[in-house]
Design a protein around this ligand. Structure first.
Ligand code: ZN
Length: 316
């Protein structure tokens, strides 16, 4: 964690948001958006996914995005990789941090990637072995997000013991850090608190990645507060909650970056991010995706009168 912030907000809109909508945002427009996001003070952005462009044509330009985004000073550029092939492509493009989603739900895993969770853990081991064979300066960080960690649209309840056991296996497989993802928007604050406390107990604080939360059922920010109570310090979010939820019109996808930053700063936790600059980034996003539905309460009504950021900086 950089010294001047308390909480790392990791923007996932260009990946999680854009892959959830049908339209493809042109590469130039994506780059303008990523630059506007970085200009707001965001330190980490997941710019895309190294998946087959047949499966997700929206993500076909990921290598070009990594190359360009790597030029932005002070920014950690993240990309999703589903398997070893994706990791090889991501590393060849110069990606410094890889994120691999591994599903705790057997049905979700089989349906999504045609592999059992155990086979997916083996794939993480292969990626880490490939990484470890590279010269030190070329080795990226490998982060794993355990998806459907709080429930699954196919299976319903997912065993909490299994999720924690998986985290231990992933740690042994070589993952640098492991986080929990509420892919389906099933989590509640009590569960978040319990599971992150158990995760820390299993893998240790130094290997703990953050919380990836969706706001599908309106629990997003409540879940953030619960995670803060057990010292989670990294949160994924998406500008404008881009992506939505195909099953619940009006419900956002990821938690909304603008609302998250406002809440954290108002609670006295420094993010290094400027809300007004995020609102400019919304306009840049909509230039590239005209009329796309985006969300957020703070952008609708503005910051409260006299609002000051956690570091005592006044809002402009
Ligand atoms: Zn997600």
């Amino acid at each position: 964690m950089p010294q001047d912030i308390d909480i790392l907000v990791s923007e996932v809109g260009p990946r999680d948001g854009l892959q959830s909508i049908k339209r493809t945002m042109p590469t130039e427009a994506k780059l303008k958006w990523i630059k506007a996001l970085a200009a707001s003070g965001l330190r980490e952005i997941e710019v895309g996914s190294f998946v087959s462009s047949r499966l997700l044509p929206q993500m076909a330009d990921c290598a070009a995005l990594v190359k360009e985004a790597n030029k932005i000073e002070g920014l950690t550029v993240l990309a999703l990789v589903p398997n070893l092939k994706g990791a090889e492509n991501a590393i060849a493009a110069g990606t410094r941090k890889l994120t691999m989603p591994i599903s705790a739900s057997r049905a979700h895993s089989l349906n999504n990637i045609g592999k059992t969770p155990e086979e997916a853990i083996e794939e993480v081991r292969r990626v880490c072995a490939f990484r470890d064979a590279l010269p030190v300066e070329q080795r990226p960080d490998v982060e794993v997000g355990i998806s459907t960690a709080f429930g699954c649209t196919f299976e319903g309840k997912v065993s909490e013991d299994w999720v924690i056991e998986m985290a231990g296996l992933l740690s042994k497989a070589g993952a640098d850090s492991i986080g929990l993802s509420d892919t389906t928007g099933y989590a509640n604050p009590a569960q978040i608190k319990r599971m992150f406390a158990r995760l820390r107990g299993e893998i240790g604080a130094e290997k703990m990645a953050g919380a990836h939360l969706h706001n599908t059922r309106g629990q997003g920010l409540a879940n953030v507060v619960a995670a803060l109570e057990v010292d989670v310090t990294t949160f994924d979010s998406s500008l404008g909650g881009l992506g939505g939820c195909p099953y619940a019109p009006g419900a956002t996808g990821n938690i909304v970056t603008e609302d998250l930053v406002f809440m954290l700063e108002a609670m006295g936790l420094r993010t290094g991010i400027d809300v007004d600059a995020l609102i400019i980034a919304r306009e840049v996003l909509l230039c590239g995706l005209p009329n796309e539905a985006i969300y957020g309460n703070v952008p609708e009504v503005g910051l409260p009168k006299g609002f000051t950021y956690a570091g005592n900086k006044s809002a402009t």
